[in-house]
Design a protein around this ligand. Structure first.
Ligand code: AMP
Length: 280
């Protein structure tokens, strides 16, 4: 497995593969890898000939008071996990490789980015779309894999690819959970054992909403209220619990089209997200 740190190194590797007609998949990550990330690698391997994993804690998607400096990092461990998972190359750039000091060009998705995490984290998705398009351009991939754990991000990248005619095929992979149901996240390591137990109520509340929906309830408020209550009762602080139309990420009152139940909540200082796609 190759470790590539500069744009030129990635371009040279990618050109060599492309000249042999090998299909390249990219799995963009911020590192501190877990089984959720590795499931994306697995999908990439199934659908392409060569897999690049990028590991880059992208500063432009963090707001001024967010956890950029605290974000967990362990490159040695990530390297080992990638190697074991059959990754062909890891792109591991320094921030200076990705951003010139006078960087001033942004990719801005202007609609889906306005609600949910976009409302709580104003510069977040501008940073995400910009870095993802840069990574596509650097890696010359024909395919990229994103997880449904970050449902809004996945829908925004889909929209960007469509709107800007980006020649990259996307796979949106299922959300991977711990054995007890907690959504895998690099940020879970910040949870104390007590917070870890409390946070499980996000999953339990989502399961309850799933069952209510399965039984035929199409009233968004009736899915939202018990979930909100459960998180608050467990000691969490709700950022949002919403049912949105998948097509617009605007709130639905009656669930009469494909929808997304999306949750963000703090347990202690740690902000966790989770979701459920509701298909009608
Ligand atoms: P991150 O390193 O958190 O930026 O995530 C990199 C990619 O892995 C994104 O496409 C995420 O949606 C995906 N991902 C993170 N956690 C999970 C999970 N629990 N299940 C599935 N995909 C995930």
């Amino acid at each position: 497995m190759k470790i590539l740190r500069s744009v030129d190194e990635v371009r040279a590797q990618s050109s060599a593969w492309r000249s042999r007609n090998l299909k390249i998949a990219l799995v963009p990550t911020m590192g501190y890898l877990h089984a959720g990330h590795l499931s994306l690698v697995q999908q990439a391997r199934e659908h392409a000939d060569r897999v690049i994993v990028s590991i880059f804690v992208n500063p432009t998607q963090f707001g001024p008071n967010e956890d950029l400096d605290r974000y967990p990092r362990d490159f040695a461990r990530d390297e080992q996990l990638c190697s074991q998972a059959g990754v062909d190359a890891v792109f591991y750039p320094e921030p200076a490789v990705m951003y010139a000091p006078d960087h001033s060009t942004w990719v801005l998705e202007d609609s889906l980015s306005q609600t949910l995490c976009g409302a709580s984290r104003p510069v977040h998705f501008r940073g995400v779309t910009t870095v993802v398009l840069k990574l596509f351009n650097i890696c010359g991939c024909q395919l990229a894999v994103f997880g449904r754990k970050d449902a809004q991000q996945a829908l925004i990248i889909q929209r960007m690819v469509r709107d800007l005619n980006v020649p990259v095929e996307l796979i949106l992979a299922p959300l991977v959970r711990e054995a007890d149901g907690l959504a895998l996240s690099s940020r879970n390591k910040f949870l104390s054992p007590e917070e870890r137990q409390q946070a499980l109520n996000i999953y339990k509340g989502i399961q309850q909403a799933k069952e209510t929906f399965r039984q035929g309830c199409r009233n968004a408020a009736e899915l939202i209220a018990p979930l909100r209550q459960r998180i608050t009762d467990a000691g969490g602080k709700v950022d949002y619990v919403e049912v949105m139309a998948q097509a617009t990420l605007r709130p639905l009152t009656a669930i009469d089209q494909p929808a997304l139940l999306a949750v963000a909540a703090f347990f202690g200082k740690t902000r966790l997200i989770d979701n459920l796609f509701l298909e009608v």
